[in-house]
Design a protein around this ligand. Structure first.
Ligand SMILES: Cc1cc2nc3c(=O)[nH]c(=O)nc-3n(C[C@H](O)[C@H](O)[C@H](O)COP(=O)(O)OP(=O)(O)OC[C@H]3O[C@@H](n4cnc5c(N)ncnc54)[C@H](O)[C@@H]3O)c2cc1C
Length: 387
């Protein structure tokens, strides 16, 4: 059940909805139960050109903006799917489009647009440093025409379903840089070549069906031509991807939020207890209405973040705030949906428990709620730095 709210992106919404309708709840449920990858679904999105949304037309893509990309992600989640299987391609794409060399763009973008290659992975997080990204310990040392990488990453998603990964590594030791954000670089890693020698992949079984891994690098060699942008400036470049990622995740949460409010509204309108629909009770109505209001508000911040991002303007605050508001709203909606389904909320066949688990992730990843509050306190309000 979709509410009849329309916006400038209605054509995209309708097309993505039509594609998603070919993959009903049962498809996503079975994939979740089997801990499998939704190969057929991602292939269909690729064939329809949605995974190439952010690739400029000159390189074979559709040249759309983050606003449109976020609608695609929203609609996938709103239809009961989980964009986590494929959103990496969207936010990684912009890092390459904005900071890659012309040679890299010519070499890679047309193949991403045609679906011949996938760029679904980004390797940033490390086990010993967590959110303190500038202290990562993975190093890349230049030796002639190659970089040699050593270190470890954790929670690196979709490695098994990607051909390329954007990897963040330290190229100048922390002790030798003026600012801790300097001396970090990003590289394009050919995953198959890396798995053949230099990179070991260890899957992590987790609460949701999110294909994610621990990676170990031992003298992994990367051709120097795979450095993106200037050596030492990688942290700045990766932020482009992270702001896009946060905005897209906000859209996914908004999609989840509408899914929960749609489902629970339909359920409480029909379910009769004490001789009347449970949705007639204000104790049931109010939490659903409250979640809906919060989703709508988060949506406004998502739209603002997309507008700024697409205009090339600073959008760190808006991207973070959109993700914060949307993750909070989808979680409120998830709780209301589970609660008012009563016992049935726990039955896999209703899909509520699956979506509930999936949307819980967004309080923690790709950035935790506390770190967003800290960003706003320090970078927007100018409060003293706490770390
Ligand atoms: C399913 C999944 C998929 C992921 N995919 C990827 C991926 O593809 N690529 C990638 O690079 N990473 C990925 N991640 C990692 C994710 O981005 C991190 O888990 C997340 O940023 C939190 O980092 P952490 O787990 O190291 O937590 P920590 O940094 O150890 O933090 C733990 C908790 O402490 C709190 N905390 C820490 N410092 C402070 C502070 N100063 N003030 C207040 N609170 C604080 C945090 O809010 C958090 O709740 C993924 C994670 C998951 C779970």
């Amino acid at each position: 059940m979709y509410q009849n709210r329309t916006d400038d992106f209605q054509d995209i919404r309708d097309a993505v909805r039509a594609l998603c309708a070919e993959f009903p709840d049962s498809y996503h449920r079975e994939i979740d139960e089997a801990r499998a990858y939704p190969e057929a679904f991602v292939d269909a999105l690729t064939r329809a050109g949605w995974m190439a949304a952010l690739i400029p037309e000159a390189y074979g893509g559709s040249g759309l903006g983050l606003g449109e990309a976020s609608i695609i992600m929203e609609e996938i989640n709103r239809a009961g799917g989980n964009s986590g299987a494929c959103h990496g391609q969207m936010y990684n794409m912009n890092t390459l489009v904005r900071h890659g060399s012309e040679e890299q763009k010519q070499r890679i973008l047309p193949k991403l647009a045609s679906g011949e290659l996938r760029l679904q992975s980004m390797g940033v997080t490390e086990p010993t440093t967590g959110t303190d990204t500038t202290r990562i310990r993975t190093t890349a040392v230049r030796k002639g025409d190659r970089y040699v990488v050593n270190g470890q990453k954790v929670w690196i998603s979709r490695v098994q379903h990607s051909d390329l990964m954007i990897l963040l590594a330290r190229t100048t030791p922390l002790a030798e840089v003026k600012k801790k954000s300097e001396g970090l670089s990003i590289f394009l890693v050919d995953i198959k070549a890396a798995m053949a020698g230099g990179m070991t992949v260890q899957p992590i079984r987790n609460m949701v069906n999110h294909e994610t891994n621990e990676l170990f690098f031992e003298n992994l060699e990367i051709p120097a031509e795979n450095l993106i942008g200037e050596e030492g400036q990688g942290f700045k470049y990766i932020l482009t991807g992270l702001n896009a990622e946060r905005t897209l995740i906000a859209a996914e949460c908004i999609g989840d939020g509408y899914w929960f409010t749609d489902r629970v509204t339909a359920y409480v309108s029909e379910r009769e207890v004490f001789g009347r629909p449970i949705g007639q009770n204000q104790g049931v109505q109010f939490p659903i209405a409250e979640a809906y209001i919060e989703i709508e508000a988060a949506n406004l911040m998502r739209e603002k973040a997309c507008r700024l991002y697409d205009a090339g303007a600073p959008c760190g605050a808006e991207a973070n705030m959109a993700k914060y508001l949307a993750a909070k709203a989808s979680w409120e909606a998830a709780n209301a949906c589970l609660q008012f389904h009563g016992g049935f909320g726990f039955a896999a066949e209703y899909d509520v428990e699956r979506k509930f688990r999936e949307t819980r992730l967004y309080q923690v990843a790709p950035i935790s709620t506390n770190l967003i509050l800290s960003y706003v306190a320090e970078h927007v309000l100018g409060l003293p730095r706490s770390f």
